[in-house]
Design a protein around this ligand. Structure first.
Ligand SMILES: Nc1ncnc2c1ncn2[C@@H]1O[C@H](COP(=O)(O)OP(=O)(O)OP(=O)(O)O)[C@@H](O)[C@H]1O
Length: 522
């Protein structure tokens, strides 16, 4: 019953905000048309479609707001006006009472709050749709007093989420069947991706593990502080970590007044991100200013502070290679190669015309070379590439979408700090070194070295493997290849014949000419 009521609310809100016109233009069910007519009485559809969608999602609550935020990054699927509007979604949610947080914490650890913390501040410092954060003081395993931040999941989240997700999946099915280009929008895949994303965010142990990995990776860079995780005090619904103190990165005047070197800060931001992406293939993907501070403590002065590791991106070797090759081809202005790469990776349907894709990519990339290199935004280049890909039915891998979104965030943040930031000279050494590692001879050598033990193992087995392979190959394939070989041989034979006959003819001609000349001489 509750699910039915929720579904009705969703349909009602969708109709009130005119979303039926957005996707369900071919909806024909009489009862829905009737509801649509009733809902349309007095509705105001003067606002642009993106704004109406955003407002409808805000009406439907935090899960739908999150859904819209995630959707806003799928610029490969959505038109730009809708994606821009969805990017404005913010989860402003009233906090839940501190007493409820205490109950959740006590249940999670099976101990009273006083046994866990010397003091616990019941007023939260921040609250969002999924969790809220409280400050507290605890004693660590060495007996030292430590200031901590305690992140607590919103009560009953899992139940609400599963309910709303079921409805989102149901609506995805509708959109796929009924919207004019429903299939292209891949609503079921988007819903499944969102499902995974939300469940990842709901597991604070996972978030703590990501934080610990980033802290380890970043230790030698010396430019960013990441809170220490208190592993004895981490459960799926509660996370206790070191409390970080700093000035929010967007309070530039405060930072300047404290004596922070702002242009260096801008460069450092890009360096940190590029190290995470291109060196480690593991990056903080929620880099909005609310999650970034700057330390003004003497010991760590001017260093970034990162919090919130609910969303991290990982790049596989294949992703890295794809990116490296695309960037390399892009900077050579070899658009044909960029198009070919999309086909080789199987991202565009096999029947895509390379020349058309190449022309599309050229029209996106060429204008960038008209401006100084320092102003080229890699995030923007990727974004444009994804938008072009959309026309060719390419579905971009979620981790690359995440990368592109974060690249834009980081570049935007850098420019906000220092409008003269030369992105290119900061990024270039990373890209050059990395591209050499990915596609240069060093990569070939590393690969060879890595694979050598396997080859050595395989070598004695080679005759048997070959025999097996030949037996497995469908006979038709083999026959076809044989026919090709015979044809090839015939072609070669006939060419040889021509050369031989031609040669004999030429020689005979010479002899005849000589005879004629001699006969004349005598
Ligand atoms: N270790 C910490 N030390 C100090 N403050 C923290 C710490 N962790 C979180 N905070 C504060 O709490 C806020 C919310 O934390 P966090 O971003 O992790 O929660 P969230 O629910 O994922 O929020 P959102 O998704 O909106 O970013 C942060 O913006 C920061 O101000």
């Amino acid at each position: 019953m509750r699910r039915f009521l929720r579904a009705t609310t969703i349909v009602w809100v969708a109709l009130r905000y005119g979303l039926d016109e957005l996707v369900l233009t071919s909806f024909r069910h009489p009862w829905l048309r009737l509801i649509a007519r009733i809902a349309s009485i007095g509705r105001d559809l003067s606002a642009p479609r993106g704004q109406r969608l955003r407002e409808a999602l805000e009406r439907l609550g935090p899960i739908f707001v999150k859904f819209g935020q995630v959707l806003s990054t799928r610029r490969d699927l959505l038109p730009a006006d809708i994606a821009d509007e969805l990017a404005l979604l913010q989860d402003r949610v009233p906090p839940f009472p501190g007493d409820e947080a205490v109950v959740i914490i006590e249940r999670a650890f099976g101990q009273p709050i006083d046994a866990l913390f010397t003091s616990f501040d019941r007023a939260p410092v921040a609250s969002a749709s999924i969790a809220q954060v409280h400050f507290a003081i605890t004693t660590d395993k060495h007996g030292r007093e430590r200031e901590v931040a305690v992140k607590v999941l919103r009560p009953g989240m899992l139940k609400v989420i599963d309910q709303d997700l079921a409805l989102i999946r149901m609506m995805a099915g509708w959109v796929e069947r009924l919207a004019p280009d429903g299939r292209r929008l891949k609503p079921r895949e988007v819903a499944a991706e969102f499902d995974k994303y939300l469940h990842d965010e709901l597991d604070l142990v996972r978030e703590a593990a990501s934080a610990a990995q980033l802290r380890r990776n970043m230790a030698d860079v010396g430019l960013v502080l990441i809170p220490e995780m208190f592993w004895d005090m981490i459960r799926p619904e509660v996370l206790v970590m070191e409390r970080m103190k700093g000035v929010p990165v967007n309070q530039i005047e405060r930072l300047r007044a404290a004596g922070v070197d702002i242009p260096k800060l801008a460069r450092d931001g890009v360096t940190i991100f590029f190290t995470q992406v291109f060196r480690d293939g593991f990056f903080h993907a929620d880099m909005h200013p609310g999650n970034i501070m700057v330390s003004v403590e003497p010991a760590t002065f001017g260093r970034y502070i990162s919090v919130d590791f609910g969303i991290v991106g990982t790049l596989t070797q294949v992703d890295k290679e794809y990116l490296a090759q695309n960037f390399a081809a892009f900077f050579r202005r070899d658009y044909k190669r960029v198009a070919e790469l999309h086909v080789e990776s199987g991202w565009v349907p096999a029947d895509t015309r390379i020349d058309e894709l190449e022309a599309g990519i050229r029209s996106v990339c060429e204008p960038y070379f008209d401006r100084p290199l320092k102003d080229i935004s890699l995030g923007m280049v990727l974004l444009r590439l994804f938008q072009i890909s959309r026309r060719f039915n390419v579905v971009i891998q979620p981790q690359l979408v995440l990368l592109q979104k974060t690249l834009l965030n980081v570049e935007g943040l850098g420019r906000q700090l220092d409008p003269d930031l030369d992105l290119w000279s900061t990024a270039k050494p990373f890209l050059e070194k990395w591209m050499l590692e990915q596609i240069g001879p060093r990569r070939f050598w590393t690969e060879l070295k890595d694979q050598a033990p396997y080859y050595a193992k395989m070598l004695p087995d080679l005759p048997r493997l070959l025999h097996g392979y030949l037996q497995q190959r469908p006979m038709d394939d083999l026959r076809q290849e044989l026919r090709e070989l015979v044809r090839e041989q015939q072609r070669t034979n006939s060419l040889l014949q021509k050369i031989v006959y031609g040669g004999i003819g030429f020689a005979l001609g010479l002899i005849v000419m000589q005879i004629v000349v001699r006969v004349r001489l005598f």
